[in-house]
Design a protein around this ligand. Sequence first.
Ligand code: ITT
Length: 189
Amino acid sequence: MTDLKKINLLTGNTGKLKEIKRWLEPLGIEVTLLNKEFIETQVGSLEEVIFQGMEIIKEKEEIQEPFIKDDSGLFIDDLNGFPGVYSSYFQGTVGNDGILKLMEGRKNRTARFKTVIGLMIPGIGVSMFSGECVGTISDEIRGKQGFGYDPIFIPEGEDRTFAEMSLEEKNKISHRIRAIKGLVEFLSK
Ligand code: ITT
């Protein structure tokens, strides 16, 4: 297993912190919150958002310890992948009600959550790990767990939304966990 004992997570989203901690801490990796401004450039993919943001941070800040950044989004097939890289802005403005309105009358409700986790090791560079979870958009808001789009996303093979599942249940199948598994595998090498 890795000799990395501590990793900094750059986020303003405590839901992500909770999910990532729950996975990495049992492996003996302490996860601490790093409070730095992350500039998200409006580019075409989550990978580009992460890569460009991390490069900006590397140039602006003197960070000596390894850190990770998670960038995620909800991609709805019938909306050509919208809100995608704009998921944060969309959630903060019109929210889940806005998605349900856009989905009114649409038969194809398939969607996917994607997460890309960037790992910056000072002196070495950036590595990226991604994960995806396919599902459908529910007809209504359901459940109180989780955060963000969880109350309207039903993962494939389930009839509950992520927000109707416990953190442990979501953590077994989510996009984020799939990306974290790639990160953990990399760290164990
Ligand atoms: P940071 O950039 O500070 O980490 P953020 O909330 O802006 O936090 P993202 O840009 O990665 O994070 O997320 C885009 C949106 O998708 C945002 O509104 C999140 O709440 C939502 N989101 C991300 N992961 C999610 C998940 O696992 N379940 C539900 N919604 C999620």
